[in-house]
Design a protein around this ligand. Sequence first.
Ligand code: FES
Length: 162
Amino acid sequence: MRRKLVEQFTEEKMAMMDAVIEEYRKIPGALLIILEKVQDVARYLPIELQRYIAWKLGIPASRVYGVATFYSYFSLVPRGRKVIKVCSGTACYVKRAEEIKERLKQKLGVAEGEVSADGEFSIEEVRCLGACGLAPVVVVGEETFGLIDPENVEEMLERVSS
Ligand code: FES
C-alpha cells in the first residue's frame, strides 16, 4: 500500500505524513488534525491515502472517509498550491460571480476541480462566504477579494501569483 503511495507522492512526502500520523496517533480525537496535516503535505486526501491512514491508526477506513467527506476543508481530488474559491451565493451570483469563474477558468486553462499545468491553481465554487456586502467575493488562499469586476480578474491573478 505504501509503495503505491510513494510513487504518487514521493518518499519524502510519505515520510512527512508518517511522522504526522506517528506524532498524533495516540492522542484521542486527533483524526481531524491528522487529516488536516496530511492534506497540507499531499494537498488532497485520495481514497488510497485515507485507507493508509486508517491502517496506520488501526481504525476503519469508513471512519476516515466520514471525516474527510464531512468537512468541506478536505478535498478528495487534487488541488493547486493556491485554491481559488469563487462564491456562488445569491449576492455574488447576481453580481456576475459566474462570469468571474469563467474568466478564471479561461485564463488558467483549467476546468473546475482541475489543477493548472504548473500545479499552482485550482478553482472551486463555494457557498456564501459570509461577506455578501463585498459581493462578488473570491478567496485565494488566505486572501479575500471583494467587489471584483470580472474585467479585473487578470489583475487579481497577478497579485496572487507574485
Ligand atoms: S453570497 Fe457571496 S459572500 Fe455571501
